[in-house]
Design a protein around this ligand. Structure first.
Ligand code: ATP
Ligand code: MG
Length: 447
């Protein structure tokens, strides 16, 4: 494991002053897995004030109560936390008190999972008192200590565990998995923002569908709407799965991107509420995208998602069941409303949705290939689908004597005609059209 230079320098400074200093947690785990760690955390026997004194103006007291000092380096911040024992927990959230310790093993014992409870020093020594390395080798996620107690201390660990299972390809050890189930209600005490942060790291994971399937009840604590999908039979020939299984297959078929995964998880959440059975005993879900939209909006608000993210997902949910546009005109129209990024996302959403259906319907992928082909062609030829690209500008219309809201309205109408192929996107032709229209209509606000 190659520790980055700047982190090595921090470790050396601490050791040179007589302290112990180790890389710890996620970075040790990721490096052992051959992944490149996002951040390198350091744990040390040095007290926070000693660390601050050692690093001078480069040290920032970012979390003194928990013993954390952030050391600024050229390559970015490195967090140095004093060995610590967590005191009793209140509200299943945070320890009421923390005590600093002189023992690395005590610090490792407070950590959540064995794979996160390893430390590595400058000389490459690995400290691994709970068998994290062996668990990694066997692909197992296991609590440090007694799982029920650890989840009762801090319920966020439940979601962290599910997140590590979804992203790192680890199976949850049966004792830990049973405790996840037993203690899931503790998640009610966790702030929406913290749930969102863990859950949104989980969804893009390569095994997210597997983890959702394994324990929907845990996610049902904050999103009970999901549970209505579990086992809900669709009773029509398009589907070989119940709503939840279809959702999970579709989710797994989508790329590991948060917007797409979140859209797939929510796209059919309105189905149970919109189910009807006809005389032939065939199931229908008329209007389900609108119901899904409403629910998705509520669910995302509950997790305090950023407005832009929420709106994007809700819009993709709204559009997921519409016919795939496959003509120049309809793609230009879709581009106008959605823009390139979201139209590309919609195509991926529809691909994934289709792959979650009965295999007999998978040839729909060809229709999506076609849509993508036209989209690429239109973008390559710089087709006009927005006011920005329209060859006529507001100034041109002002010069022709239009004013006020009539300008905007005229531009919108011209854009529509260009998108529909009625007019070319050519300044002269558009000017000519406006002039002619004004002569014949004689009204200021008409073009
Ligand atoms: P990531 O890849 O997301 O950074 P990570 O394991 O590094 O994963 P962090 O949130 O950065 O996660 O936490 C760093 C380390 O702190 C963890 O590896 C773990 O040892 C410890 N830790 C973090 N959160 C908790 C918690 N809620 N309970 C116990 N230990 C925790
Ligand atoms: Mg980390």
């Amino acid at each position: 494991m190659e520790i980055p230079e700047n982190v090595q320098a921090v470790l050396k400074t601490l050791e040179a002053a007589g302290h112990e200093a180790w890389c710890v947690g996620g970075c040790v785990r990721d490096a052992l897995m051959g992944r490149s760690p996002e951040d390198w955390d350091v744990t040390s026997s040095a007290r926070p004030e000693e660390t601050l004194a050692l690093f001078g103006h480069r040290g920032l007291p970012t979390g003194l109560k928990h013993g954390t000092v952030t050391v600024k380096t050229e390559e970015g911040p490195v967090e140095v936390t004093t060995y610590r024992i967590d005191g009793t927990y209140r509200d299943h959230r945070r320890p009421e008190t923390v005590a600093f310790s002189r023992s690395l093993d005590e610090d490792l014992a407070r950590r959540d999972f064995t794979v996160n409870a390893m430390a590595r020093n400058l000389r490459g020594e690995l400290r691994d008192p709970f068998g994290g390395r062996e668990d990694l080798r066997r692909g197992i996620l296991r609590c440090v200590g007694e799982p029920d107690r650890r989840f009762q201390e801090d319920a966020l660990r439940i979601l962290r565990g599910l997140r590590f299972a979804a992203t790192l390809g680890l199976g949850i050890e049966p004792g830990t998995a049973a405790a996840v189930r037993r203690n899931r209600d503790g998640l009610r005490n966790i702030a929406a923002e913290r749930i969102q942060a863990e859950f949104f790291k989980l969804l893009p994971g390569k095994d997210a569908a597997e983890v959702l399937r394994g324990c929907p009840e845990a996610f049902g604590v904050f999103w009970p709407e999901l549970l209505a999908m579990v086992g809900f039979r669709q009773r029509n020939r398009h589907h070989c799965f119940d709503v939840w299984e279809h959702t999970l297959h579709a989710l797994a078929a989508a790329p590991g991107d948060l917007v797409l995964r979140c859209t797939m998880l929510l796209h059919d959440v309105g189905k149970p509420d919109s189910f009807t059975l006809d005389e032939q005993g065939v199931g229908h879900f008329y209007g389900h995208p609108a119901v899904s939209c409403d629910l998705a909006d509520k669910m995302l608000r509950r997790l305090k998602c950023a407005a832009e993210f929420r709106e994007t997902v809700v819009r993709l949910v709204e559009w997921h069941d519409r016919d795939i546009p496959r003509t120049d005109k309809s793609i230009r129209r879709a581009l106008r409303i959605l823009g390139e990024e979201d139209l590309r996302r919609l195509i991926l959403v529809k691909r994934a949705d289709n792959l979650g259906q009965a295999p007999a319907y998978w040839d729909r992928q060809k229709e999506l290939d076609k849509a993508e082909e036209i989209l690429d062609k239109l973008l390559a030829e710089d087709a006009c689908f927005s006011l920005k690209q329209l060859a006529l500008k507001g100034g041109d219309l002002l010069a022709l004597g239009l004013s006020g809201p009539a300008v905007g309205k005229a531009l919108e109408e011209l854009l529509e005609k260009v998108i529909d192929g009625v007019l070319p996107n050519d300044r002269e032709a558009l000017l000519e059209h406006v002039r002619k229209n004004r002569e014949t209509s004689g009204e200021e606000e008409r073009i």
